[in-house]
Design a binder for this molecule. Structure first.
Ligand code: FCB
Length: 449
């Protein structure tokens, strides 16, 4: 058994929640089964250059059929909670109107099996798989999309709210809007300032409407929203990259939590978005929620790039410093600082809803085992940083590893393996990595076992 540092174990609250995260399109497969409609990611995967390795989520981990086995693996790790997302196009194949009973049934089976295994379901309503039928009507650039999302939320809340008490409205608002409507790193692949501004505002409205739906329909509900927040620094520390870093910081870190929790947009976005804001909108967006979900991987280095939609681009990470064999530099102190800043700024309990380590280094050895010391090191230093933040007053209540399984990593396809469990995609064989045992032992020891 891995012995975990007391500097982690002793500094965690006794009721700390341990979990793992996934999302529907990244693991389920079965994209044309039981009446599921196409999403914008099904379409993107078919476009030339849409996904780096030309792959798609058609089969992925085949979790749609293997969810029982996957729940067994979670049980072996000993997690308290499982964060998954509901695929909107499974419930409503064209996004609105006709309901797909077989799609609703899948999540009934998943939720019931989780509860039987003693694992608490945490459902995210939107993890990027917008029904293609809605994109055909303008998707998030259409103000009506907020209402379509609210109708979908009603369906999910009524069906699952008797058993699911933890809901997040969206996953990483700024990533899918920025990459999908300004940069073309994600579906639907638009690159237009006005489309992006509209998408930001309409997604914020959808969040507010979703919160109201969940609050009114789910007894004892606990509602959160999941934000990516990562410090944005100018590439090379250069003054000529500072303006780019400041604007990217507004887009990446503040365009969603600020209006949702503080009731206003950050200054540069506030000016640009004004044409799309109607009377009463800020009150519709700023609805009380119960927790802040933080997804964090590492800082971002920004550079001025006039060729892009907003004039900022992704700069290079400084070389040197520890990388623990991961292949990219890691900055756990930025995670600590983020947790402290976040607690002070938004004054909500925080759940770390994603953190983890990808890469292409995980391969079964001659004995068929997957030994991943780089991931263990990453998780260990990030846990230490989290404990430092807690000691400094950050209100962190739980931690979910991204991810349970190696899966379809959006624009990079299958090259990036983030799982605690290795998946051999041709055979669908699952092999718990060494890091899965590390996490299991951490949870046991944190519980005093
Ligand atoms: C996050 C996404 C998640 C996964 C991880 C690696 O941005 O929310 O789906 O792709 O990154």
């Amino acid at each position: 058994m891995a012995k975990h540092p007391q500097t982690i174990i002793d500094r965690l609250p006794s009721d700390f929640l341990w979990g793992v995260s996934t999302s529907a399109y990244q693991i389920e497969g079965a994209v044309a089964e039981d009446g599921r409609g196409p999403s914008i990611w099904d379409r993107r995967c078919k476009m030339k250059g849409g996904v780096g390795d030309g792959s798609n989520g058609d089969v992925s981990c085949d979790h749609y059929h293997r969810y029982r086995e996957d729940i067994g693996l979670m049980k072996d790790i000993g997690v308290d909670a499982y964060r998954f997302s509901i695929a909107w196009p499974r419930l409503l194949p064209t996004g609105k109107g006709a309901v797909n009973e077989a799609g609703l049934d899948f999540y009934d089976r998943l939720i019931d099996s989780l509860l039987d295994a003693g694992i608490t379901p945490w459902a995210t309503l939107y993890h990027w798989d917008l029904p293609q039928g809605l994109d055909d009507l303008g998707g998030w650039t259409n103000r009506d999309c907020a209402g379509w999302f609210a109708d979908y939320a009603v369906l999910a809340a009524k069906r699952y709210g008797d058993r699911v008490k933890h809901f997040a409205t969206f996953n990483e608002f700024s990533v899918f809007t920025l990459f999908g409507y300004a940069i073309d790193w994600a579906a639907p692949g638009v690159t237009d300032r006005n489309a992006h501004l509209k998408a930001i505002h309409h997604v914020n409205l959808a969040h507010g409407a979703g919160v109201d739906v969940l609050r009114s329909l789910v007894p004892d509900v606990s509602i959160g929203a999941i934000h990516n927040r990562q410090k944005v620094l100018p590439e090379g520390g250069m003054p000529e990259n500072q303006a780019a870093a400041d604007l990217l910081d507004e887009h990446w870190n503040r365009a969603f939590p600020d209006p949702q929790i503080l009731g206003h947009y950050p200054p540069q976005i506030a000016r640009a978005i004004e044409p799309y804001v109607q009377a009463g909108d800020m009150a519709r967006i700023c609805r009380p929620i119960d927790w802040f979900g933080l997804n964090h991987y590492g800082p971002i280095f920004a550079k001025a790039d006039p060729a892009t939609t907003w004039g900022f681009g992704w700069g290079d990470t400084p070389s040197g410093g520890p990388d623990y064999g991961i292949g990219w530099r890691i900055f756990p102190e930025m995670f600590r600082d983020e947790l402290i800043t976040l607690t002070e700024r938004y004054r909500l309990p925080v759940y770390i809803t994603e953190n983890g380590c990808g890469g292409d280094r995980d391969v079964p050895d001659a004995r068929g085992q997957v030994i991943d010391p780089h991931r263990i090191k990453y998780l260990e230093v990030y846990h230490q940083a989290m404990c430092d933040a807690i000691a400094a007053g950050a209100d962190v209540r739980g931690y979910f590893v991204w991810s349970l399984l190696d899966n379809f990593e959006w624009g990079s396809g299958y090259g990036q393996r983030f799982g605690l469990i290795y998946v051999d995609f041709p055979t669908q064989k699952r092999i718990p990595k060494e890091s899965a045992r590390w996490y299991r032992d951490l949870i046991r020891q944190a519980r005093g076992g």
